[in-house]
Design a protein around this ligand. Structure first.
Ligand code: TTP
Ligand code: MG
Length: 416
């Protein structure tokens, strides 16, 4: 489900994400190979392949990554080692085999995760020091919220300085993208790789995205790309100007999300991993139904499941909401805030049922439950019991249609 909060006051077509957000996406160049070159300076500037199974007696194995010098020979991540060796023989083999050219050979090294993790931690310490919030995505990739740390005019200098710090204090190269949204920042960090630094100020987002291949859009894998290409949609711009109704028919709610992202709209803000802004569960009912009993029991199960997830994460919530989808794709959300943070499955069920009352009799094809306004400190839990009768209860029912792209996506396709 998407982020339901604070979105009702923006006009269509001019919203580019949370106001004034500056997002930096960092992705290290050929990370494992860069680590090997850091540890073994003789490898710098050389073709280096990191992987398993290249020893003479080994049979299987794949390339984890290759230095850019090795990529020039056609070696790439996920390739079979046997294929990599055909393109780029090992130096040690070339030295003793007169049929091989030692100048067109490379260094092969096994994967050493422990070492790469230690390098990653050094990079993270620098990232933490220059950002308000850092979301770690993988061992070599992170999003930074740098909104209060720079301005658009100084973003490039900020990026240059960060790259220089990572190079001098750790000794590896980071490619950076800076943009008003996470989607665009990620594309930007890849755009100028290796040793990249690419800034996309708010006014340039649409023109930056328009000519790019559809597959560069976050959430579009090879399968979706194939489907889109079959319809003549090759670029992000093609998708942005495609017929919205057709996209919804073809891809459902996910289509709505992709359509918005293609148009440069992405409401996610950078949150640290493991500390989501909301937790949600939703479920489609076979074919749309008006059966209140069935829908309520579905809603209760979802409420219980969300409450359990929150409890497992040690999260307390102050806001409980529901999402109701009526055919074809009309999404409505309602939510209610409590005076203080709680963790109580019965309460989630009770509020969800009460919010659902206004939909009794409507045909519904999908429903969802969401808790938000999360806190993770148990000391903050309110001991409030009968919240509903307290005078401080606010009903923050949100009449606006839910927007795609925020918070916890039930589609799970934006963590690619
Ligand atoms: P990536 O950032 O995708 O790749 P990279 O850092 O090697 O190269 P670049 O960013 O310059 O394009 O992945 C980070 C690390 O994850 C990579 O160094 C090795 C590992 N990895 C694998 O083990 N298998 C894979 O298929 C991929 C893509 C990466
Ligand atoms: Mg990388």
């Amino acid at each position: 489900m998407s982020d339901m909060t604070g979105e009702g006051d923006r006009l269509p077509g001019i919203d580019r994400g949370p106001p004034d957000q500056i997002v930096l996406h960092a992705d290290m160049d050929c990370f494992y190979a860069a680590c090997e070159q850091l540890r073994e300076p003789a490898l710098r500037g050389e073709p280096v392949v990191v992987g398993m199974g290249y020893e003479p007696d080994a049979t299987g194995g794949a390339v984890a990554t290759a230095s850019y010098e090795a990529r020039a020979y056609g070696v790439e991540s996920a390739q079979r080692i046997s294929e990599a060796l055909e393109r780029l023989p090992r130096k040690v083999d070339a030295a003793t085999n007169p049929d091989l050219d030692v100048d067109a050979a490379g260094f092969y090294r096994p994967v050493d995760m422990e070492y790469y993790r230690s390098v990653s931690r050094e990079v993270r310490a620098i990232l933490d020091s220059v950002a308000d919030t850092v979301r770690i995505v993988s061992i070599d990739e992170a999003y930074l919220d740098i909104t209060t740390r720079t301005e658009w005019d100084t973003a490039e200098a900020f990026g240059r300085e960060l790259k220089a710090r990572i190079a001098s204090e750790v000794g590896i190269v980071a490619s950076l993208g800076i943009a008003p949204t996470m989607t665009t920042a990620k594309i930007a960090s890849d755009f100028d790789k290796p040793d990249g630094l690419y800034i996309v100020p708010p006014d340039d987002v649409r023109s930056f995205l328009t000519p790019l291949d559809i597959e560069l859009l976050h959430g579009v894998g090879p399968k979706t790309a194939g489907q889109l290409r079959g319809e003549g949609i090759e670029t992000i711009g093609d998708l942005a100007s495609a017929d919205r109704g057709w996209i919804l028919d073809e891809f459902g709610e996910r289509g709505e999300q992709l359509f918005r992202r293609a148009r440069g709209e992405d409401h996610r803000s950078v949150t640290p991993r493991g500390r989501p802004k909301s937790l949600s569960r939703e479920s489609a009912v076979g074919s749309a139904t008006t059966d209140t009993t069935l829908l309520e029991s579905r809603l209760e199960a979802l409420a219980e499941s969300v409450a359990e997830r929150a409890m497992n994460k040690g999260a307390f919530y102050r806001t409980i909401g529901i999402k109701v989808v009526t055919p074809p794709f009309e999404v409505t959300t309602r939510e209610r805030s409590l005076p203080g943070p709680v963790s109580d499955a019965n309460l989630v069920q009770e509020v969800a049922r009460s919010l659902f009352e206004e939909f009794h009799g409507e045909r519904v094809r999908k429903i969802g439950v969401r808790v938000s306004n999360l806190t993770f400190d148990s000391a903050e839990q309110s001991d409030l019991v009968d919240w509903a009768t307290e005078s401080g209860v606010a009903d923050e029912t949100d009449p606006h249609r839910m927007r795609a792209g925020g918070g916890q996506s039930s589609l799970g396709d934006f963590t690619k």
